[in-house]
Design a protein around this ligand. Structure first.
Ligand SMILES: Nc1ncnc2c1ncn2[C@@H]1O[C@H](COP(=O)(O)OP(=O)(O)OP(=O)(O)O)[C@@H](O)[C@H]1O
Ligand SMILES: CC(C)(CO)[C@@H](O)C(=O)NCCC(=O)O
Ligand SMILES: [K+]
Length: 259
């Protein structure tokens, strides 16, 4: 059984893949101090609660936080008796090319999204991921990652407003009916919601113009459905895109090993 781990700057997601479907998915906050033993206690408790008796024999990791990889490796060695595949390391092959400036360390989550979206839809694509950052990954017709856009994430922008301005409260993002707010919270909600709708709309249009071709837009991340509501920003929403990409990359490496 495969354990796929997607470690973002805010949250870390663990999923168990039985070769055809995900048996379970669990989320925890990303913390650099968490030890292998802590991960194992947490994970094995959840597996017991869900009565999953799967024996984990393989692990694949994507981490945008380099420091957590060490303890995740220890987890694999100590408790699953295996060496994990780590996306972005030289011993983890990618099914898609990466065509960017030399020396660029593309975020592994973006490479995983590229592999996952290309597997489901083929090229040309734009993947929009609403994580800690809002990223746009541009995928060529052959599946190559050819660059993209990094913007501050929605929740990060809200936190920044609250932290920088004494009179601005801490709020959650929601979709306001009107653009013109008539109180402080409504003004902030408008700035974030309609501001991001315009950002997404504008960036997608500019990418398509720059590429001068039709492109399919795939969105992922917790906030994507909120932004899709009533709008037609994306062609598809894939809740599990990053996890799917991890299984694609894992299968690609296993098949290479066997040939
Ligand atoms: N309506 C909502 N308002 C605020 N947050 C939401 C809403 N719907 C979903 N979310 C949040 O979206 C998050 C899921 O986001 P996702 O996994 O895409 O990225 P992340 O974990 O925030 O970032 P990263 O992957 O970079 O660590 C969850 O933490 C959830 O709280
Ligand atoms: C942009 C984030 C933070 C999004 O998770 C991550 O993909 C990352 O740390 N990227 C490194 C820089 C790059 O992708 O070019
Ligand atoms: K993510």
């Amino acid at each position: 059984m495969l354990l796929a781990i997607d470690c973002g700057n805010t949250n870390t997601v663990f999923s168990i893949w039985d070769g055809t479907k995900f048996l379970a998915t669990w989320r925890t906050s990303t913390e650099q101090q968490r030890t292998a033993d802590q991960y194992y206690v947490w994970l094995s408790t959840l597996m017991q609660l869900k009565q999953i008796e799967a024996r984990i024999t393989e692990v694949i990791i994507s981490s945008t936080v380099p420091r957590v990889v060490f303890n995740l490796r220890v987890l694999c060695n100590r408790y699953f008796d295996c060496r994990p595949l780590v996306v972005g390391r030289s011993d983890c092959a990618l099914p898609v090319d990466v065509r960017v400036d030399p020396g660029t360390q593309v975020g592994p989550d973006r490479l995983v999204n590229t592999a996952g979206a290309f597997d489901r839809y083929g090229g040309d694509l734009i993947v929009v991921d609403f994580g800690t950052a809002t990223t746009f990954d541009v995928v060529a017709s052959d599946g190559a990652y050819i660059g993209g856009v990094i913007s501050p994430g929605v929740n990060l922008s809200l936190e920044a407003l609250h932290d920088a301005a004494a009179a601005l409260p801490n709020i959650d993002v929601t979709r306001p009916e009107h653009v013109i707010g008539t109180n402080t919270v409504a003004c902030m909600q408008s700035g974030i919601f309609w501001g991001y709708v315009s950002l997404i709309d504008g960036v997608l249009a500019r990418i398509k113009t720059e590429r001068a071709r039709e492109m399919t837009v795939v969105a992922t991340g917790g906030l994507a459905p909120l932004f899709q509501q009533g709008e037609t920003l994306f062609d598809h929403f894939e809740e599990d895109l990053t996890m799917h990409g991890l299984t694609v990359i894992h299968r690609y490496n296993r098949d290479r090993e066997n040939t």
